[in-house]
Design a protein around this ligand. Structure first.
Ligand SMILES: NC(=O)c1ccc[n+]([C@@H]2O[C@H](COP(=O)([O-])OP(=O)(O)OC[C@H]3O[C@@H](n4cnc5c(N)ncnc54)[C@H](O)[C@@H]3O)[C@@H](O)[C@H]2O)c1
Length: 325
């Protein structure tokens, strides 16, 4: 028995586009909405303050993709010059259970997370959204912008804020090379970043005792706000101000809330999850004035469908190293 090992470099070399990842993840959400996936809420351990290492198992029948992602998030890595998010993903044969691939999960995580933001925008943003606002100019904010550009062709302006001005400068320098037609604006406060924003994204470290910088009164009519950082960036009153509160998975949201560390202040009423929207079971945006909040925790269906896409391409292109099991 053999496994195929794929490093981050191997995966990057496959040149899978954001459009391909969005299509795959959207299909994953659709299958989830139709009840054709198995995905228990993710358990985690927390060896250091504000850190997590999560196990994210999932199975998607139609894609014949089964496996688990073992992913760590360490905010303190920043000062060590190490990435916040690292980890591995294992694919298992659904017929025998035998593992057949092990791969780096940092590229997959970044791309499928960005794709989830694009999918939230597909169902929940105004089609004529022009201005986007970014809080936390790191890895996920880069792939999220890639996805927003795919979904919202009218996007013109990007307001950027980060605790560290040099992170904003790096982001603008890099992303304006990729998207020369977008106008980037470095903002000196979170409030300034939110001005006139049609689609807001927060991607700062998840912390246990958050002091969220984004508050009620900052969200304009017709906005879509997407959180990738649990409840670290938005106050309960900011979320409560929204007409619809959506998540990527209601079960996981409620299980995490019950655990007690996060989501103490989220609204009682959860309108839908992305699976229900992608499968057409619930309507997304219904008019141009609703304020909508999408809390995307990250779910294993996104990983399993993307990992299978990567594996198929790797086999096709004869990439990676075969190792004995
Ligand atoms: N929901 C998902 O699917 C998903 C997936 C991956 C990562 N994440 C989360 O997204 C967040 C960002 O991850 P990343 O990989 O982009 O990390 P990153 O370290 O690359 O970027 C985080 C950025 O936030 C900035 N920052 C820190 N505190 C801030 C504050 N108070 N205000 C403004 N900016 C601040 C940092 O300077 C950094 O530039 C993390 O919370 C991570 O856990 C979510």
């Amino acid at each position: 028995m053999e496994i195929l090992y794929l490093s981050r470099k191997d995966i990057e070399g496959l040149n899978v586009s954001m459009k391909e990842v969005i299509d795959a993840v959207d299909n994953g959400f659709r299958l989830k909405g139709l009840g054709r996936t198995e995905m228990p809420p993710k358990p985690g351990i927390h060896p250091r303050e504000n850190s997590f290492i999560h196990a994210m198992p999932g199975y998607i029948q139609e894609a014949e993709s089964a496996g688990v992602k073992w992913v760590a998030g360490y905010p303190s890595n920043l000062e060590k010059g190490l990435p916040y998010i690292t980890g591995l993903l294992i694919l298992n044969n659904p017929e025998t259970g035998i593992p057949y691939a092990v791969m780096d999960c940092s590229w997959i995580t970044a791309m499928r997370t960005g794709a989830s933001v694009g999918i939230s925008a597909k169902y929940l943003a105004r089609k004529d959204s022009r201005v986007s606002g970014i809080l936390g100019c790191g890895v996920q904010a880069r792939t999220s912008l890639m996805a927003l550009v795919e979904i919202l062709p009218g996007l013109k302006e990007v307001n950027c804020y980060d605790l560290f001005p040099e992170a904003v400068n790096r982001y603008i320098k890099e992303m304006s090379t990729v998207f020369p037609k977008l106008n980037f604006r470095a903002c000196s406060t979170p409030g300034e970043m939110m001005k006139g924003v049609d689609i807001a994204l927060s991607a700062i470290p998840i912390v246990n005792d958050p002091r969220p910088p984004l508050n009620a009164g900052m969200l304009k009519q017709g906005i879509l706000a997407v959180s990738l950082d649990y409840d670290s960036a938005w106050t309960g009153s900011a979320m409560a101000e929204c007409d619809k509160f959506v998540s990527d998975d209601i079960n996981q949201l409620l299980a995490t809330k019950e655990h007690g560390d996060y989501f103490r202040d989220i609204p009682e009423k959860i309108y839908a999850d992305l699976g229900e929207l992608a499968s057409g079971r619930k309507k997304g945006r219904e008019n141009s004035t609703e304020k909508i909040f999408s809390l995307n925790m990250g779910i294993s269906v996104e990983d399993m469908i993307t990992a299978r896409l990567i594996y198929n391409k790797a086999v096709e292109k004869n990439t990676g190293i075969k190792l004995p099991l």
